[in-house]
Design a binder for this molecule. Structure first.
Ligand SMILES: *Cc1c(COP(=O)(O)O)cnc(C)c1O
Length: 464
C-alpha cells in the first residue's frame, strides 16, 4: 500500500516510511492511496475469529510491501497477549439498544493501548530491518504518555521521552508513567502547562540536527499506523451484533478525531454504518461544526473528561480530504485559513457529505455525572466520564431505535476515580495488575520550561 498526504505535495510513501515519519513533509497527514474493500462475504467471515486473527485480516492490505507484512499475525498475537480480558475488546449490553465496546483492557486502561501496543512492535521490527535506532519524544496531558511508555518499554533500540506538566496530571495518570522501571523510558516533569510541553516537543522536531542525530519520531494520533490499528474494533464489534446484515451506529467520545476517523475508514472499507455520533464535552468545537458547517477555534477549559479537552481536532483534516474529493489544494487552503484566522467554513457539498454520516452531541460536566449515576443505577456498572459523554451522544442523536448503538468505552472507570466517585459515591478499584500502583517507586526528572535544558537532557540520556 502507498500513502498520500492530505495536502497533496509530500512524497508518496510506503507503510514503513509512513510509520516512522508521522507528519508529512507538506504539513499534511498520510492516508492510504486507496481504501481496501471487504465484500459482504469477507465481513461475514470475520465473525467468530479471535481478536488478533481478525486484526490481521483487517490490517494486511495496509501493510502490503512492508518488511513486517509476513509476520503480521505473529506480531499482533504478541501485541495483544498482555491484555487482561481474553476477548481483548468485550461487548457489554446495557439495554435493548445500547452496547459498550470495552476498550480498556490493555496495560494502561485506555483505548490508546489497542493501537500503541501494535505500533511499539512495528517500530521495533522496522528499525531492526533498517539497522537503525529511534527516539520517541512526546508531550502528554495524561493517557497518551503512559500508553506510549508501555508500548516502547521493552523494545530494542528505542528510547522514549515523555514530557508531562508537573503537578497537572491526575495521580493515577502520573504514576502509570513514572513507575515504569526500564532503562529506555525517561519521564520529565516540566515546570509549566501541557501547552508548554507540547511547544518544547514541537521545537525539538524543528531542530533539524537533533531530529536527524537522534532519529526523532512521534506517537500522537497523526500517525497513520494508530488509526489503522483502531479500524479493527469497529469490524470486530459490528459483526458481533449482526453486521453486515444490519447496519449499526457508533457513538465515539472524541478529542483529536483519530478514533472516530478509524470508524469512518471501516465504513469506506465496506462496513455498513448508519451513523457516527461524535460526543464532545464543553469543549465542543466539533459539535458546533456539525451544526453550522464552520470550524471555529475557541479557548479550552478543563472538564471531567480531560482527554477530550481539545481546541482543534487534527485528524479532522483526513475527513476533509475525503469530503473534498481528495483535493489537497482545497485542504491546504482551509488549514491556512485556520492558522491565520482560527476559522474555516466547509463548502456546502462536502459539508452535506460529512453530515450524512456524522452527527455531534455535547454534554457538560453535570450531565456527565448524571449519565454515570443513571447507568450505575440501572445496571450496576461503573463507566468513566469519557464513555458517559459518548453514551449520552448516542442516545441524544435521535436515530431510528431499530438501529443498535455501539458506544466505545474509551477508559476504565478506575482511571478517573474522582469523577466516578462524585457521580456514584463509589471509588472504583484498580484492576489487579495495577493494584499496587500507589506503592510503586516513581522515577522522573523535574526540568524547567527551558528548551536547551530539555535538549541537553535528551542527548545525554539516549542509550546509544
Ligand atoms: C484520547 C482519548 C479520547 C479521544 O480520542 P481521539 O482519538 O483523540 O478522538 C477519548 N477518551 C479517552 C479516554 C482518551 O484517552
Amino acid at each position: 500500500m502507498r500513502y498520500v498526504s492530505t495536502r497533496g505535495r509530500a512524497p508518496v510513501l510506503g507503510f514503513d516510511d509512513v510509520l516512522l515519519t508521522g507528519l508529512a513533509a507538506d504539513g499534511g497527514l498520510y492516508v492510504p492511496e486507496t481504501w481496501p474493500q471487504l465484500s459482504t462475504a469477507d465481513i461475514t467471515a470475520l465473525s467468530g475469529l479471535d481478536y488478533p486473527t481478525l486484526a490481521a485480516r483487517i490490517m494486511a492490505p495496509f501493510v502490503a510491501g512492508s518488511v513486517l507484512a509476513q509476520d503480521l499475525p505473529a506480531l499482533l498475537a504478541k501485541a495483544y497477549s498482555g491484555f487482561s480480558h481474553t476477548a481483548v475488546a468485550p461487548l457489554v449490553q446495557l439495554n435493548a439498544n445500547d452496547w459498550l465496546v470495552e476498550l480498556f483492557h490493555g496495560p494502561t486502561l485506555a483505548f490508546k493501548d489497542y493501537a500503541l501496543q501494535v505500533v511499539g512492535h512495528m517500530f521495533e521490527r522496522v528499525i531492526a530491518a533498517r539497522g537503525t535506532r529511534m527516539t520517541i519524544v512526546g508531550a502528554t496531558s495524561g493517557d497518551t504518555g503512559s500508553a506510549a511508555i508501555e508500548a516502547c518499554r521493552a523494545r530494542a533500540n528505542i528510547d522514549v521521552f515523555i514530557l508531562h506538566p508537573a503537578g497537572r496530571t491526575s495521580e493515577v495518570q502520573r504514576r502509570q508513567m513514572t513507575t515504569v522501571d526500564a532503562p529506555n523510558v525517561h519521564n520529565v516533569a516540566i515546570a509549566g502547562t501541557f501547552d508548554d510541553c507540547q511547544d518544547l516537543v514541537k521545537a525539538m522536531f524543528a531542530d533539524t540536527a537533533l531530529r536527524q542525530d537522534l532519529n526523532l519520531s512521534a506517537v500522537n494520533s497523526i500517525n497513520w499506523a494508530r488509526i489503522m490499528a483502531q479500524i479493527v474494533y469497529y469490524f470486530w464489534s459490528a459483526v458481533q451484533i449482526g453486521a453486515p446484515n444490519r447496519p449499526v451506529a457508533f457513538a465515539v467520545p472524541t478529542g483529536n478525531f483519530g478514533n472516530v476517523f478509524a470508524g469512518y475508514s471501516a465504513s469506506r472499507m465496506g462496513l455498513p454504518v448508519a451513523k457516527f455520533i461524535v460526543g464532545s464535552n464543553r469543549n465542543d468545537i466539533l459539535t458546533r461544526y456539525f451544526e453550522t458547517g464552520s470550524m471555529t477555534v475557541e479557548g479550552v477549559s478543563p472538564s471531567l473528561s480531560p482527554s477530550m479537552d481539545i481546541q482543534v481536532s487534527s485528524n479532522f483534516e483526513r475527513l476533509l480530504f475525503e469530503a473534498y474529493g481528495r483535493d489537497g489544494a482545497a485542504v491546504t487552503r482551509l488549514m491556512d485559513q485556520l492558522k491565520q484566522s482560527g476559522r474555516y467554513a466547509v463548502a456546502d457539498a462536502p459539508h452535506h457529505a460529512i453530515t450524512a454520516q456524522f452527527v455531534g452531541r455535547r454534554l457538560d460536566d453535570a450531565g456527565t455525572k448524571a449519565i454515570m449515576a443513571a447507568v450505575h443505577g440501572a445496571t450496576g456498572a461503573l463507566i468513566d466520564p469519557h464513555t458517559a459523554v459518548g453514551l449520552h451522544a448516542g442516545r441524544a442523536a435521535g436515530l431510528d431505535p431499530a438501529i443498535p448503538r455501539l458506544t466505545l468505552a474509551t477508559a476504565h472507570p478506575a482511571k478517573f476515580p474522582d469523577a466516578v466517585f462524585a457521580a456514584t459515591g463509589i471509588r472504583p478499584a484498580l484492576p489487579p495488575q495495577l493494584a499496587d500502583l500507589f506503592e510503586r517507586t516513581e522515577r522522573f526528572t523535574p526540568l524547567a520550561n527551558d528548551l536547551d535544558a530539555v535538549k541537553r537532557f535528551v542527548r545525554a540520556r539516549v542509550t546509544a
